[in-house]
Design a binder for this molecule. Sequence first.
Ligand code: UD1
Ligand code: MG
Length: 451
Amino acid sequence: MSTALIVLAAGKGTRMKSDLPKVLHPIAQVPMLIHAMRAGAGLEAARTVIVTGHGSDAVEIVARTEDPDAIIVKQEEQLGTAHAVDQARVALEGFDGDVVVLYGDTPFIQPETLERMIEARSRHDLVILGFDAADPARYGRLVMQGETLERIVEFKDATARERAITFCNSGLMACRSQLLFQLISEVGNSNASGEYYLTDVVELARKRGLGVTAIACDESETLGINSRAELANADAVFQTRARAELLELGVTLMAPETVYLAQDTAIGRDTVIEPNVVFGPGVTVESGAHIRAFSHLEGCHVSRGAVVGPYARLRPGAELAENTKIGNFVEIKNANLGEGAKVNHLSYVGDASVGSGSNIGAGTITCNYDGVMKHRTEIGENVFIGSNTMLVAPVKVGSGAMTASGSVITKNVEDNALAMSRAPQENKPGRARKLFDILKARKEKRARGAE
Ligand code: UD1
Ligand code: MG
């Protein structure tokens, strides 16, 4: 049976004290909404509906970037979780499969857990995902009778006895689409909050004699984010788990607790990551590479055998072929480096291509920006760029060519040519000594004047 996803993302997140909608706050550098959507992607949903509200325009852009086919519906007023799900009714018209409801602010839910929910759904009409809470706090309580979930009672509406229950509602549920919307039509708002509670569908289903159950997942998966402190904690939880996964895959992390990973960081086995390396989104590092200390990588690809850093910065679009070497204080942006190419010290290579075997000398800069537009620098194979060369783009340096140190290259250089563009050197015998004498005399005169 096919599945549809509804992701609730309309809430304001008042306690975040932020202009950014809560679900767009990043964990491991990726908005928490995207974490939830990626977990849901495992279900290969036929339709994905994102319910937006606060900051809906910004949320819509992010959701669409992740899934261009997502259906975005806006909940104009936040009248409760049942009202939020109800916004997806039209989008799911004619859909006859299972619906899974996710929260955009519950980013750690695992794809396997969602699969277990779908599996349980085949045996029960309605499935709720619960967890045993170490501190049940204000979560909705799951009132079980054996295998059957009888109802969910919100903390605010619960009796002292019900508050003693520790099996809590994660908020996630799975149900046949048409049944879910039928049940939601019957939900009212006469409760302590005056909201339309999605949780009420449980009791409504039981009244119809339908089978309702709750399955459990680990509490860490249901971690919700409501404040900056919880956001920071969620990031820490993510980092700990992601580092452990990399170690398990055969990646060496010399000081795991100092390596900061993004949600989608992918690293191959036998790669070594030295201390204090930061990964932004969109980084893939193949096997057997070496990322040295204090490097910052983002939106880039590092091939087998490459060595990066220490203190290197790879920005989006940096593509390093096998066995390339990027040294200290080198920045690479939107540039392809061919096999074995080297940029070892203090350089900026942006909007460029560097052919295999080429060596870029210390202090080289691709001058890619004229103040208005960006231009490309194309460097062929086995080129030697002398130290402190300014490559004023657009410019091409042919294969086998060389540039003299300190040159400002504004014209294309043909294959195998030497390009030299700097003031010729002149040596004046004895002049340095004279100059020193003059300067020292001046200094003494000044010191006497000050007495
Ligand atoms: C909800 C559950 C509670 C559960 C808890 C788990 C209900 C009534 N209660 O409570 O049983 O233990 O989650 O975290 O469902 N949202 C909308 N539109 C709305 C209201 C909410 O999109 O009108 C979204 C929020 O953005 C959030 C999610 O739904 O992603 C949950 O809403 P929230 O207000 O946090 O519900 P809780 O009170 O935490
Ligand atoms: Mg909540």
